[in-house]
Design a protein around this ligand. Structure first.
Ligand SMILES: Cc1ncc(COP(=O)(O)O)c(C=O)c1O
Length: 405
């Protein structure tokens, strides 16, 4: 099936439901006319099979307590086997309402208050909140930007991991917001350092299905038996099939002892309940969603080509070439604007509401994250507005360089 089988250009009013991406909580009270390029979901309807499974579930009409549907675990394991060549033992799977829940529970179960948790900024901002809110210590090992591409700083990692009070690392695989799809050699190096220093790897693989041609997601647990046992893998169909509000996620925990510990916390907090809609959505997505996902990825890749070609005509904005995720990490540093002025330029000038770079850590100053999983017409319109705003502002040579102040 091709992209044409599915209509990613359909006009859908996201304001008809309290969608976060267009909500005043995110856009601000005065933000109704902004291009909503922030929150990391797609503007597309999920695969038709998902909608139809959910409709059938509604039509059944009874929503009493439910067990896990028989078909769910085979659907999950089948997906990872067929799509990613990863054989997942169904007994290693723990259900969860969302990935952030797994990240938080892992911190609570496998570290103690005050322990250091490593992150590699610029990185998904909720990692910071979870670490702080659970009274753990943030240990930053920033990525290195080399020739327009982000890499891990392994020497830095070995240094921070050597501290005996540093006990966990949140890996973002693929990496939001810089779009790296980590390669096996990189992950192996990270895994070896973490194992050498007793640091547990909690690998957030929510973006694993979203890769651009030529790039392949490597599930961390496929690296080696030792790495598999030294990891908690966090998975969700939320990004792949645009069903974040269904709250469906799961962890894969290979080490039996760790699995029992996480399961016990799951029970203590009673977050191991099922949701009838997330169950059917997830099962249908993993069983029947592949043609839709391939078509959505092709459409997003065309959006990427559009942004690449339009930005290449500008001198002021550079795009970090993404390997995966539908999020683009844009480098506005040539504009020479300090953070508040850059935000003001994007909001008031370009009428863009994208996620501010500093939300991902200090390394994000001068950057912004643009979500391109939207209707092409909207993206084109947003790029036109950026062009006009740059024209109106004057080219960088006319702008005093206040970036470093
Ligand atoms: C890397 C990453 N992890 C987790 C999440 C949120 O996942 P969930 O909604 O399942 O908690 C996001 C959402 O943007 C994300 O980008």
């Amino acid at each position: 099936m091709t992209q044409n089988t599915f209509n990613f250009d359909e006009d859908i009013d996201r304001r008809a439901v309290p969608a976060l991406k267009v909500h005043p909580n995110v856009l601000g009270q005065d933000g109704a006319d902004l291009f909503p390029g922030g929150v990391a979901d797609m503007d597309f309807k999920p695969p038709p099979a998902v909608l139809s499974a959910m409709r059938d579930r509604v039509a059944h009409g009874v929503f009493g307590y439910e067990a896990v549907p028989y078909g769910l675990l085979p659907a999950l394991t089948g997906w990872f086997q067929d799509r990613h060549g990863w054989t997942v033992d169904p007994s290693h799977i723990l259900r969860a309402p969302n990935v952030l829940n797994i990240l938080a529970m892992a911190a609570r179960v496998f570290t103690k208050e005050g322990d250091g948790v490593i992150v590699q900024p610029p990185v998904f901002f909720d990692f910071y909140d979870i670490i702080a809110e659970n009274n753990r210590r943030l240990v930053a090992n920033p990525l290195l930007l080399r020739n327009g591409r982000y890499e891990m700083d392994f020497a830095g990692l070995a240094r921070v991991a050597a501290d005996p009070n540093v006990t966990m690392l949140y890996l973002c695989n693929p990496h939001n917001p810089v779009g790296r799809v980590w390669m096996p050699a990189e992950l192996l190096q990270l895994g070896a350092i973490c194992r050498a220093h007793g640091v547990l790897v909690v690998s957030d693989e929510i973006h694993g299905d979203v890769t651009f041609p030529g790039h392949h997601y490597t599930p961390f647990a496929t690296l080696s038996d030792e790495d598999a046992r030294n990891s908690i893998i966090c998975i969700s169909p939320a990004k792949s099939f645009n069903i974040a509000a269904c709250c469906a996620a799961f962890s894969i925990v290979i080490d039996a002892n760790r699995r029992a510990m996480l399961q016990a916390e799951n029970s203590r907090l009673t977050v191991n309940k099922n949701n009838a809609f997330s169950n059917v959505a997830m099962e249908a997505a993993y069983l029947h969603g592949e043609p839709w996902l391939d078509a959505a990825l092709a459409y997003i890749n065309e959006n990427l080509s559009l942004v690449r070609s339009r930005l290449s005509k500008l001198n002021e904005v550079d795009m970090i070439e993404p390997e995966g995720t539908f999020l683009l990490w844009l480098d506005f540093r040539k504009l020479g604007l300090p953070p508040e002025q850059l935000t003001a330029f994007l909001r008031q000038g370009a009428k863009w509401a994208i996620t501010r770079g500093p939300a991902f850590g200090g390394e994000g100053v001068g950057f912004g994250r643009l979500n391109i999983a939207c209707k092409r017409e909207h993206l084109t319109d947003a790029l036109d507005r950026l062009d006009r705003a740059l024209e109106e502002m004057g080219r960088p040579e006319d702008v005093p360089n206040s970036f470093d102040q």
